[in-house]
Design a protein around this ligand. Sequence first.
Ligand code: UT7
Length: 331
Amino acid sequence: MSKITAAITAVGAYVPDYVLTNKILETMVDTNDEWITTRTGIKERRILKEEGKGTSFLAINAANDLIKKRGIDPKDIELVIVATATPDMKAASTAAYTATQIGAVNAFSFDLEAACSSFLFGMSTAAKYIESGRYKNVLLIGADKNSSFINYKDRATCIIFGDGAGAVLFEPNHEGLGLQDELLRSDGSGREFLQATYGGSSYPSTPEAVAEGKHYVFQDGKTVFKNAVFNMADVAVKILERNNLTKNDIAFLVAHQANKRIIDATANRIELESEKVMMNIEKYGNTTSATLPLLLNDYEKQLKKGDNLIFAAFGGGFTWGSIYLKWAYNS
Ligand code: UT7
């Protein structure tokens, strides 16, 4: 029997309706459209405004979009992984709620958290279940409601982050398509540069901490930026080298959308033309776990069976990595 590889066979997405533009941010913090556009490439981001709706709301809608497009019966889904840095609640699994709400009643499910690398690491995890031969499909959802952890008085973070979700289905492939190679890394000495300090087990929320905004995401942007540029490019170069790929072999770079300058720097290191760099940061900002599937959804029609895609991400922790995947279908 031929070797089983894990291929992406369907994509879905969801972003909330409310559009937070740079112009609106100008009225909230000391910033301006020109600064945000030139320093980050972001023009607007989507925000989930309705009270009581969390990350699962985004995840459920993205999953339902995929289920409708692909025409699968949710009862046939075997595993649901929700990659997220902003779960609905402590203790209760966001993935369990999501799976039940979409009708995946025969699936088991769990959340996977690795900050902005959650979806990338989720791709690796989902692929292993398929490659083992034990599972016939895995629904991987990347979803984050970042707006619930952002201080809209802090211009270092509120201009960057947005809310959204994307989903992909992994299934076995016998033509050698799908995930080919991966290089995943982490370095916990980076956690002081990007974190929400209060609200976890080290520092549970207190009225004082909340009053001081210590439960919000804080980042030392410059340090995160430098590490992101170096490490994302480093793993992308290494994965190309060890698979004997040149820039001419690559159809697209699918890079985490945190800052256009970080993505451009990675593309420059592998000497990739800008037409081969997926980009939608101008519309959504940094949606953490949703950036990679939102890119796949936006570019799905341009992708062809056999295309070589290089994924790359960097995020809090620090966590980062690169995945080489062969696209498995024409849409
Ligand atoms: O997903 C992974 C997590 N996050 C990231 O990957 C983000 C990585 N970091 C970044 O994207 C960038 O560091 C930022 C976009 C956050 C900031 O850009 P920067 O080019 O590193 O700016 P900076 O912090 O070095 O600040 C440059 C100047 C400063 O003014 P002076 O000291 O030169 O007068 C800042 O006070 O820009 C000022 N500034 C702003 N001005 C207008 C900082 N933020 C803003 C702002 N609007 N929002």
